[in-house]
Design a protein around this ligand. Structure first.
Ligand SMILES: Cc1cc2nc3c(=O)[nH]c(=O)nc-3n(C[C@H](O)[C@H](O)[C@H](O)COP(=O)(O)OP(=O)(O)OC[C@H]3O[C@@H](n4cnc5c(N)ncnc54)[C@H](O)[C@@H]3O)c2cc1C
Length: 345
């Protein structure tokens, strides 16, 4: 069992639209510290399956740590999808579910900065957490572009309207409805974003929408370092299932040496040059944080304090973070002989 997984109770299920529900969690007092989170982070839920034992799926927290007592995720049915439909059909108030602690790096650095937020469909969930956090606990201004198929599919429509009335100087909401304007286009989105081109940008939703919004931001010349994105996809790994420990590989001439600070301890390990850091840590039975193992979720982020490394793939760290020495353990190989890595994020 993953040590970051906990059985928790669902205390409420709220129907948001015909095909989206919010699950509210009752986190026990003794786990409160482990479930503290930042707006923009997500939970990973274990969904039972007769076919595979279970599958794991990530769902962003739609609640705000600044104004909600309880954590909540909002799930939209994916047509033909397994886990989203299972959760919508089977979870009721009182259900117990296995959940990994909050993770993810798609979070604003400050609630006082002005932000441009773009979401499509269920991509609104982390964005809603960010909006409510900024408006209630920060001073930033927020512009939201929100794409949906039709008016009835807009999740949180009433709450967004209420917030826009309550904070008319600070929140601007622009809806893009496919029923009226067709699918979002690069030119159309770019036109709407012009007044906000100097802001930090958060993009969230299915890959097709992220690609259009990223191209629109690039067309406007927004610096890459200002663009943060959460591309929705289903995990292929299952962090709930116990992975058998691989035999610890003995040092060979083709290994580096790495000192790793993790969970208040320091360990020194041989790091075979062709083996990713996360795999080496898990081989040694260390409790390294991870969810997707595909560079997308940012959960295994750590800092290179000494030595040179390289990443095979990077879908979550931006240029400033790379310059500060951050790396993703699931994709990192050693280049130097002696390295020091800290899990300090
Ligand atoms: C960081 C992050 C945050 C996200 N946040 C949200 C969010 O806030 N809200 C939201 O709605 N979505 C969110 N998503 C997307 C979400 O994680 C899922 O991708 C989405 O719900 C679709 O999952 P699904 O299983 O329903 O569909 P699919 O993944 O499309 O389901 C099909 C898959 O399930 C497998 N399958 C089918 N039947 C079975 C079975 N019986 N047993 C086992 N496997 C089976 C198939 O082989 C296929 O691989 C997020 C994704 C990420 C990465």
């Amino acid at each position: 069992m993953n040590p970051r997984a906990h059985q928790v109770k669902i205390c409420d299920v709220i129907a948001e639209t015909a095909d989206a529900v919010t699950l509210v969690f009752d986190i026990p007092e003794d786990l409160a510290g482990r479930f503290s989170y930042a707006p923009g982070q997500f939970l990973t839920l274990r969904v039972p399956s007769e076919r595979t034992g279970s599958v794991a799926r990530c769902y962003s927290l739609s609640s705000s740590p600044h104004c909600d007592d309880r954590l909540a995720v909002t799930i939209k049915r994916t047509p033909g999808g397994y886990a989203s439909n299972w959760l919508c059909d089977n979870i009721t108030a009182g259900s117990m579910i296995s959940v990994l602690e909050p993770a993810g790096a798609c979070t604003p650095r400050s609630l006082d900065a002005d932000l441009l937020l773009c979401a499509a469909g269920s991509g609104i969930t982390p964005i809603m957490s960010i909006i409510r956090s900024v408006l209630t606990a920060g001073t930033g201004q927020v512009a939201l572009l929100y794409a949906n198929r039709e008016p009835s599919s807009i999740i949180f429509a009433d709450e967004l309207e209420r917030l826009a009335r309550r904070f008319p100087e600070r929140l601007t909401v622009t809806h893009w409805l496919e029923s009226g304007r067709g699918l979002p286009t690069v030119d159309g989105v770019a036109n709407l974003l012009v007044p906000y081109r100097t802001r930090d940008v958060f993009l969230c939703g299915p890959a097709g929408f992220i690609d259009v919004a990223t191209a629109a931001a690039a067309q406007l010349g927004l610096p890459q370092r200002n663009i943060h994105q959460e591309k929705y996809h289903s995990l292929t790994e299952n962090p709930f299932e116990k992975t058998a420990l691989a035999p610890v590989r003995r040092a060979t001439g083709d290994s580096a040496t790495v000192r790793v600070d993790i969970d208040g301890e320091t360990v020194v390990l041989d790091w075979p040059r062709n083996r990713k850091l996360l795999d080496v840590l898990l081989d040694h039975g260390l409790d390294a944080p991870y969810v997707c193992r595909e560079s997308a979720c940012g959960t295994c982020v750590c800092t290179v304090r000494q030595g040179r490394t390289r990443m095979l793939m990077n879908e979550s760290l931006i240029a400033d973070e790379l310059a500060a020495g951050l790396t993703l353990a699931c994709q990192t190989l050693p280049e130097s002989d002696d390295l020091h890595i800290a899990f300090d994020q």
